[in-house]
Design a protein around this ligand. Structure first.
Ligand code: GLV
Ligand code: MG
Length: 325
């Protein structure tokens, strides 16, 4: 390990994160009853400009009055380039800060953006005498945010997670696609012709680089990397495939923009029984080897070393948290 150390964000389940528009209070109760790990009540892009103030009032009331159980509660404020943002922070934190776990900052572009919100939240928390500190989730969804993703990740002790906002990211980078989080036939490789002249098309994942880059910045700073929306909620298989790709790269969770996607995210982002059993066997084999004074052992014909143990420990700890829910 490097001599450089960093703190891990507080451990929370974040397999699924449900977007709920603040302007649709009739959806709140159902969200509270759902199986989702994190809910963000939205003041930003799901809310039209003339509904922003009412949405803010709805959210404040709902945070105070609805029983959200043990769900992690977040509010997505408006961007720092709008005049809504300061009132979002002041009103929501002043009036509902005690039930708020996280603030989601959209379109974050620089470390100074994080600093500005941190300063405001700190003043309000201190003035109100809140004991709990509100954490931050940042949506990396602009070219500027991706350019500065490492500085953003390190910009505040409140930081907990980075989210890949694929829709705005596509707009910001002028990617030639309009499908939210889906694949694109134009992003494919055409194989050379075989002897019979036939050629294959291999579809690629146009979001691979962006997501992988965000995962590195998150993990290097102890934060959770979370994959963002998948627009076509009629396509559960497409959602699962996108979630699996994100999980393979290191993401811990994925957004649900429709309640039907919650179960898909929880399923893909939870370790399977087989993985848990294997991880427990690795830990048991290593404990046995240590007791016998051996540094490395093999299990089922494969070498297990300390890296395998760390992977197994992470997995078993996650399974424990899920079981405790
Ligand atoms: C999320 O906010 C996105 O733009 O994908
Ligand atoms: Mg967005």
């Amino acid at each position: 390990m490097s001599f450089h150390s960093f703190e891990q964000a507080p451990a929370r389940l974040n397999r699924s994160e449900l977007a709920v528009p603040g302007s649709q209070p009739q959806m709140f109760e159902k969200a509270a009853q759902s199986e989702v790990d994190v809910i963000f009540l939205d003041l930003e892009d799901a809310v039209a400009p003339d509904e922003k103030e009412q949405a803010r009032r709805n959210i404040i009331k709902a945070l105070n009055e609805i029983d959200w159980g043990n769900k992690t509660m977040s509010v997505r404020i408006n961007g720092l380039d709008t005049h809504y943002m300061y009132r979002d922070v002041v009103d929501v934190v002043e009036q509902a800060g005690e039930r708020l776990d996280l603030i989601m900052i959209p379109k974050v572009g620089t470390a100074a953006d994080v600093y500005a919100v941190d300063m405001m939240v700190t003043q309000i928390e201190d003035a109100r005498g809140y004991k709990k500190r509100i954490g931050f989730e940042h949506i990396i969804e602009t070219a500027l945010g991706m350019q500065n993703v490492h500085e953003i990740a390190a910009a505040s002790k409140r930081n907990e997670s980075l989210h890949f906002g694929v829709a705005d990211y596509a707009a910001s980078t002028r990617a030639r696609t309009t499908i939210i989080g889906g694949v694109n036939p134009d992003y494919s490789v055409l194989t050379d012709p075989l002897e019979d002249g036939s050629r294959d098309v291999h579809w690629g994942d146009m979001w691979h680089y962006a997501l992988a880059r965000m995962v590195v910045a998150a993990r290097a700073n102890g934060l959770r990397p979370i994959d963002g929306p998948f627009g076509d909620f009629q396509d559960p298989e497409g959602y699962r495939a996108a979630a699996r790709r994100a999980a393979v790269l290191g993401c811990e969770g994925k957004w649900a923009i429709h309640p039907s996607q919650i179960v898909l995210a929880n399923e893909v982002m939870s370790p399977s029984e087989a993985e848990i059993t294997k991880a427990n066997r690795i830990l048991a084999a290593m404990a046995e080897a240590e007791a016998a004074g051996k540094g490395a052992v093999s299990l089922d014909g494969r070498l297990i070393d300390y890296a395998s143990i760390r992977q197994a420990e992470v997995l078993v700890e996650k399974a424990r948290r899920i079981a405790a829910e």
